[in-house]
Design a protein around this ligand. Structure first.
Ligand SMILES: [Mn+2]
Length: 195
């Protein structure tokens, strides 16, 4: 049983084709037109052991906003589809990821109820062609379209490239744990019987 999804989304602002395999090996083919964003999505795939392909044509002549936000929406939809009925998965996942001076916490509950909390401030407006304020927009979109409870908290950080990269890697590690199978869980890990 393959836990994967393909999502296509076309609007007047972005055209996105994305495929995700939760049980992959970390292979990625990412083309968003934003170099730093490609670097982040590659890191997400590699460190979560997800296979991820993303072909994105966004209105980068406006700015990076629609492209990054819409990839977040589509990635969230793919996660939701790939986890399916959530039978046998751990549901919760968290990771504290160090990257040089930066320390980033990510915690996930695949609860079916979207909620996003981010406590991370940046000291630069941009890293490459990536606006730092889009970190919040991206993860907000992922959490809402996948119906995931997602927390991101910066424990320490000075370098903006490190802080963003640590957030993407911590998210990958936490999601890998939350989507992972536990042989002790024979149904859905909830006293309600459904997530
Ligand atoms: Mn880097």
């Amino acid at each position: 049983m393959s836990r994967s999804a393909f999502v296509e989304r076309n609007t007047s602002e972005t055209k996105i084709r994305l495929s995700l395999n939760l049980d992959g090996s970390g292979k990625a083919e990412i083309h968003t037109g934003i170099g730093f964003f490609d670097h982040m999505l590659n890191s997400f795939a590699r460190h979560g052991f997800f296979d991820l392909k993303a072909e994105v044509e966004g209105d980068l002549w406006v700015d990076c906003h629609h492209t990054i936000e819409d990839v977040g929406i589509v990635l969230g939809e793919a996660i939701k589809e790939a986890v399916g009925d959530k039978k046998g998965i751990r549901r919760y996942g968290s990771f504290m990821l160090p990257m040089d001076e930066t320390l980033m916490l990510c915690a996930i509950d695949l609860s079916g109820r979207p909620y996003f909390v981010m406590d991370c401030d940046f000291t630069m407006d941009r890293v490459g062609e990536f606006d730092t304020e889009m970190v919040k927009e991206f993860f907000y979109a992922v959490s809402y379209s996948s119906a995931m409870n997602l927390h991101l908290k910066k424990i320490h950080g000075e370098n903006n490239h490190h802080m963003i990269e640590a957030a993407f890697k911590a998210f990958a590690k936490a999601l890998d744990e939350a989507t992972g199978m536990d042989p002790r869980i024979t149904d859905v890990l909830s006293t309600k019987g459904a997530l």
